[in-house]
Design a binder for this molecule. Structure first.
Ligand SMILES: Cc1cc2nc3c(=O)[nH]c(=O)nc-3n(C[C@H](O)[C@H](O)[C@H](O)COP(=O)(O)OP(=O)(O)OC[C@H]3O[C@@H](n4cnc5c(N)ncnc54)[C@H](O)[C@@H]3O)c2cc1C
Length: 399
């Protein structure tokens, strides 16, 4: 017998929000997480205004502010040869703000928020080892306190991130990545912030500066290709070498050698063939991860949780959870997030060619309507706004 309506695997942004929202619809949910909070996650940590609005609706934004989250008013792009562009969220809505929230704080707050909901049981340090979906229930087995434990439910939700264990099984396949990228990040003291997230671009990739306080920042490098590190070389040496690609930023750092530990990842984006199976739904990065170039991953994860819970409401009540019943979700998700994925694809293409980057900058400085469209797309995830062929042409031609 199933003892839960749903088991959510992974208590990141997507999983905790999904568990909390399902519980608000009256369902019993087991939320399992392999780590113990607080836990780290490699991320630029800039949450766009649409994501901040969802946290506000859930009632946890004020808690995050009290824990030191920093507001930012827009994005400042820096291109080589001192070219720059400011995109201010205030141009779209006077109240729109993004927030820089350390993931150690955000993810724990969301997990505790989910745990406070009456229908949710959170189990940390539970590593899922296997999952099976049967005709009327699903079964998840994991390692918890050195023992194997099995739980059953009517539905399984995979929210276990970009390296989800639900890929390449359940009829869900990873698509080959079009662009190889890797990320390195660390923390710097003594960097005067501007109240905006800064994006420094060069042909090799981008450096993101997320202000963490008055005089400190997280700097994440996102670069094309794969990292080559001589045997025995420290990650901080690789970081220092790559930071040299952004001389203007490097000059602003009192001491440019990494001041905190350097973390790296080679998985930054993902496309999957579908995000449903029999009694199975994927949410967040597990269902497809947008490249961090748009800074929208966490917002997508939060919105995805909302979409999934709305989609599941009737179906979970009526136990209509077959592959056929859930297939509409893949289409709805793809349609909703297509503009974000397209914007990311276009930005990645532009960044690699300095001429195109300059043209795009020109277009965004001159063409007010286009600028508004791009800003709306960046701040709202594209609801009602997408770049048509003409817009893309104008961006590439600098018109
Ligand atoms: C370098 C980089 C920079 C980024 N910058 C930004 C940014 O500035 N702004 C932004 O909005 N987004 C950014 N993103 C994207 C963002 O980090 C992700 O989109 C977001 O974390 C997705 O959340 P999630 O809940 O789907 O997955 P995750 O946050 O990855 O959570 C998955 C959870 O599942 C757990 N888990 C995994 N396997 C198991 C298992 N077997 N059993 C139990 N639990 C398991 C993990 O421990 C984890 O807690 C960035 C990403 C990268 C790589």
């Amino acid at each position: 017998m199933a003892n839960f309506d749903g088991i959510v695997v992974g208590a990141g942004v997507a999983g905790s929000t999904t568990a909390a929202l399902l519980s608000r619809q009256g369902f019993r949910v087991l939320l399992v997480e392999k780590a113990t909070f607080p836990r780290e996650k490699i991320c630029g940590e800039g949450l766009m205004p649409a994501g901040a609005r969802i946290l506000d609706e859930l009632g946890i934004l004020s808690e995050l502010r009290a824990q030191g989250a920093q507001a930012f008013s827009g994005i400042h792009f820096h291109l080589p040869r001192d070219r720059c562009l400011e995109l201010n969220f205030g141009e779209i809505s006077p109240t729109a703000q993004g927030w820089v929230v350390p993931r150690m704080i955000l993810d724990e707050s969301l997990a505790r928020f989910a745990e406070r909901q009456p229908g949710v049981q959170l189990r940390e340090a539970f590593r899922v080892l296997s999952a099976q979906t049967g005709p009327s229930q699903v079964e998840v087995t994991g390692l918890y306190q050195g023992q194997l434990q099995t739980h059953r439910a009517r539905l399984l939700i995979g929210a276990d991130g970009i390296r989800s264990r639900f890929h390449n099984g359940f009829g869900i396949h990873r698509r080959k990545r079009r662009t190889r990228r890797f990320a390195l990040r660390t923390f710097y003291d003594q960097l005067q912030g501007t109240g905006m997230v800064e994006v420094h671009c060069c042909e090799a990739g981008e450096a993101y500066v997320a202000p963490m306080g008055k005089r400190s920042a997280r700097i994440t490098l996102l670069l094309f290709g794969t990292p080559h590190r001589p045997r025995g070389a420290a990650l901080s040496d690789l970081y220092f070498e790559k930071l040299g690609l952004f001389p203007r930023l490097m000059k602003r750092l009192k001491s440019p050698y990494p001041q905190g530990p350097v973390q790296s990842t080679g998985a930054v984006s993902l496309e999957v063939s579908r995000c449903h199976g029999h009694r199975l739904l994927l949410v967040g990065d597990a269902a497809g991860a947008v490249d961090p170039v748009t800074g929208q991953g966490m917002t997508v994860a939060l919105k995805d949780a909302q979409l999934a819970c709305r989609f599941l409401k009737e179906r979970l009540h009526e136990d209509r959870l077959s592959e056929q019943d859930l297939c509409e979700y893949t289409r709805a998700r793809n349609d909703y997030f297509r503009p974000s994925f397209q914007l990311a694809q276009m930005l990645l293409c532009v960044i690699q060619y300095p001429f195109l980057a300059r043209q795009t900058l020109k277009a965004l400085s001159r063409n007010h309507a286009l600028r508004q469209k791009v800003l709306t797309l960046a701040t709202t995830l594209g609801a009602g706004s997408f770049l048509n062929g003409r817009d893309r042409l104008h961006l590439l031609l600098g018109m």
